[in-house]
Design a protein around this ligand. Structure first.
Ligand code: BG6
Length: 491
């Protein structure tokens, strides 16, 4: 008997629509990431990318703009003429004012028949409501559609809830991809493997074997050309509320039962909900706000924050935050967690340091140095893991000296490492939500951060000055010293 033949259904075409398509994020990150996905044949065959902007350009003007701006953000060795031309063929431009319902007709006309649609909202969040409502009114949303929301998602809990409510009117939660690009970084994803793909750390990954945790995301750049956005935002909202708390979640969460989106996000949510709420007294003693003053950065003179273009001379915005947090659960009781981030710091460095407990008793009474066991996970610019242990100093006597086991992840693998945005865009295209924030996670993060914002308002203090090119204000070191710890570069 001859088996009946079935014709496989061809995959639906994909329309990827970028609101803010000729803006900074699109030019610097999204289009280069999509080019890389195209170069490596990872985009579905019938993918069209629609960049949306308010300029009334025709396609030729748009392509000239892309040709001029985007290649500079693609690694030279990955730039190939034929692939680039193929990528340009996928690009389309729609002139559209997101607040004007009738402009969405042109978008509808540009879509491929029967396509799946991904809408990337790389605009100010104040436009999210209008965009979703207008997409809906133009019947451009169906059960297969997905929407990607760029940060900042609100400036406090109420505004984040309002955005979530509005977007939620038009998209189901499983269609909403709230992006935190740190979750797309190879090294951040590797943290999950370090913790849950190895058995050796887990028994020690808790109180009282861990003395403290430090998470640093330091940048050497200043505010750059983003004064308008940054001055109303500051380091707490720009970095701590999202990137640092997400890193903390991965460091502190319980093992999820699987990598299913909700299994992972349930565990992260528990961490956020276990963060001890900051009282006014905690805000005064356990947080440090800083602002850079003139100094040097990467060998060049750097102006202070208040002298940067378009920053008001009396701005009170913080460019640095250090704080001590606590997680109220069995695993982390009494382990101080230090978070620190800033612009114009001594170097670009993102790092997690797990400091293990002191020896309960030492037999090496003559050694000036005692145990310093640390696991240092460098996320960027290099990707490496160091385990600091004590060894005997050669020679007579029993003196201890720290030495490191080093794992250089870049040289351990020869495979290409995709940038965060490329990886996350591919997740969106494939409908994988694990590395995106769920609504309750985002709102819990705001719930914890909000008392800090309010506390600072009540305290009404100027941020502490730190010299550009340093590791932040002295108060940041003092915060650590009070717990008998120090930032890793000071020890
Ligand atoms: C962004 C912040 O989310 O992250 C920026 O808005 C910051 O202020 C950037 O510079 C840092 O990202 P990365 O990937 O360079 O560490």
């Amino acid at each position: 008997m001859v088996a009946p033949t079935t014709t496989p259904t061809p995959p639906a075409p994909l329309d990827l629509v970028i609101f803010g398509g000729v803006g900074d994020l699109s030019v610097r990150k999204l289009l280069p990431a999509l080019y890389m996905a195209h170069l490596h044949n990872n985009l579905p065959a019938q993918t069209r990318i629609h960049a949306l902007g308010r300029q009334s350009w025709d396609r030729a003007v748009f392509l000239a703009f892309i040709q001029d701006k985007v290649p500079g953000f693609i690694e030279t060795k990955a730039f190939e003429g034929v692939a680039w031309q193929g990528f340009l063929d996928r690009l389309h431009y729609v002139s559209l004012d997101a607040t004007q319902p009738q402009d969405f007709d042109a978008l509808a006309a540009a879509m491929q028949p029967g396509s799946e649609r991904v809408y990337y909202l790389a605009t100010a969040p104040s436009l999210f409501t209008a965009i979703c409502a207008n997409l809906s009114a133009a019947k451009l949303i169906d059960a297969r559609s997905r929407v990607v929301l760029e940060k900042p998602l609100g400036h406090d809990l109420a505004s984040a809830q309002a955005i979530n409510d509005e977007v939620g009117r038009h998209f189901e939660e499983q269609q909403i991809f709230r992006i935190d690009h740190y979750l797309g970084k190879e090294t951040v994803q590797n943290l999950m493997v370090l913790r849950f793909g190895n058995t050796i750390f887990e028994p020690l990954w808790r109180s009282p074997y861990i003395k403290s945790v430090q998470i640093t995301v330091a940048e050497s750049v200043g505010v750059g050309s983003r004064a308008g956005f940054y001055d109303g935002t500051g380091a707490l909202r720009d970095m701590v509320q999202n990137h640092l708390l997400q890193l903390l979640c991965i460091v502190a969460m319980e093992p999820p039962v699987s990598l299913d989106p909700d299994a992972v996000r349930d565990e992260k949510l528990k961490v956020l909900r276990s963060l001890r709420p900051m009282t006014m007294a905690d805000v005064a003693t356990d947080t440090v706000r800083g602002q850079y003053s003139a100094g040097a950065s990467d060998g060049d003179a750097a102006v202070g924050y208040l002298q940067e273009a378009n920053i008001p001379a009396d701005s009170n915005t913080e460019t640095f935050v250090a704080l001590k947090a606590h997680i109220n659960n069995w695993r982390w009781a009494n382990v101080p967690i230090f978070l620190r981030t800033g612009k114009r710091m001594a170097e670009r460095r993102s790092e997690i340091v797990i400091e293990f407990a002191d020896l309960p008793f030492t037999i090496f009474q003559d050694s000036p140095r005692q145990s310093v066991n640390r696991l240092m996970i460098r996320l960027q610019p290099e990707e490496h893991i160091q385990l600091q242990m004590m060894a005997k100093e050669p020679g007579s006597g029993m003196r201890l000296r720290p030495v490191s086991l080093n794992l250089d992840l870049e040289s351990a693998f020869s495979e290409r490492r995709a940038e965060a945005y490329e990886r996350l865009l591919m997740d969106v295209i494939k409908g994988r939500l694990t590395h995106f924030m769920r609504r309750d996670e985002l709102e819990s993060a705001w719930t914890w951060v909000e008392p800090i914002i309010n506390g600072w308002q009540q305290l009404n203090e100027k941020p502490k000055a730190y010299t550009a090119g340093s590791w932040g204000p002295a108060a940041s070191s003092a915060l650590m010293a009070r717990e008998g710890s120090s930032w890793v570069e000071e020890s």
